[in-house]
Design a protein around this ligand. Structure first.
Ligand SMILES: O=C(O)c1cccc(C(=O)CC[C@H]2O[C@@H](n3cnc4c(=O)[nH]cnc43)[C@H](O)[C@@H]2O)c1
Length: 239
């Protein structure tokens, strides 16, 4: 049976997920460190790409040239936009990923569409990656069943993290996004190139737009994201 690939950006996100696995073995695949293990009878690879779109696209692509998962489960933390309905530590499932740094410069936060596609196997607006609808539905049902109160909605990926409430509010108002992060669109893009379904789950570590340390709780977000991953694996989520 094909494995599930769990993709994180930073070690802090991976550690509590690793503790869900048994029969683990650290190995190198194409020179990249990967943990292989099992959860609820399901073969799993756990891979940490490093933060940001470049690390994610480059390293995930190398990995996918060597392993062929049935599903990529991207998990980690993110900043919640105002009015998203999320709370600190809350779980969010992406219905689409929007790369805010690709397109034609425009007066608004959302770039105008480019006149060409970035993907040869998708009719997407450049920078907009729709999620796999039935996967999102299944994930939401599983997480609700576990009383984890998930919220689904668009996620935004950017390389330049919001540092003001004004910027976060403008992004929310223009895109309707619920979560800001630094990797999602890159993983969706790479998954599309390899024709592999992807599901993205994040837990809220901070309100988007604040750099005040007291507004951040990475540790709780890492634990809650892992809890969500554990629920999805135990319920045998399938693409
Ligand atoms: O921002 C910091 O000061 C900081 C310091 C040490 C570690 C970290 C992280 O591990 C977070 C990076 C990780 O988190 C995602 N993330 C979380 N909140 C946001 C946000 O408001 N805007 C964009 N990305 C966010 C991101 O995907 C990174 O992978 C942070």
């Amino acid at each position: 049976m094909k494995p599930i690939l769990i993709l994180t950006a930073v070690d802090g996100e991976a550690r509590p997920i690793q503790s869900l696995l048994y029969g683990t073995k650290s190995m190198q695949v194409a020179g990249l460190p990967v943990i292989r293990g099992y959860c609820a009878g399901q073969r799993v690879y756990l891979f940490t790409s490093g933060p940001g779109t470049f690390n994610t696209a480059a390293r995930l692509s190398v990995l996918l040239s060597r392993i062929h998962p049935k599903l990529i489960l991207q998990a980690g933390c993110g900043g919640m936009y105002p009015g998203s309905g999320l709370v600190m530590g809350g779980l969010a499932v992406a219905t689409m990923e929007l790369d805010l740094h690709t397109g034609l410069e425009s007066p608004s936060v959302l770039p105008s569409p480019l006149p060409f596609s970035l993907l040869d196997n998708g009719p997407h607006r450049p920078g907009l990656y729709p999620a796999h609808e039935s996967l999102v539905r299944s994930a939401m049902a599983i997480l609700r069943n576990e009383n984890l109160n998930p919220v689904s909605g668009p996620f935004v990926t950017l390389s330049c993290v919001s540092t003001s409430g004004e910027r976060a509010t403008a992004i929310r108002e223009e895109t309707g996004a619920i979560i800001e992060n630094m990797e999602g669109a890159a993983a969706f893009h790479t998954a599309a190139l390899y024709h592999i379904p992807i599901l993205e789950l994040r837990s809220v570590s901070n309100p988007a737009g604040t750099r005040r340390k007291e507004d951040w709780d990475l540790k709780t977000a890492f634990l809650r994201a892992a809890e969500g991953v554990g629920s999805l694996l135990k319920a045998a989520i399938q693409p």
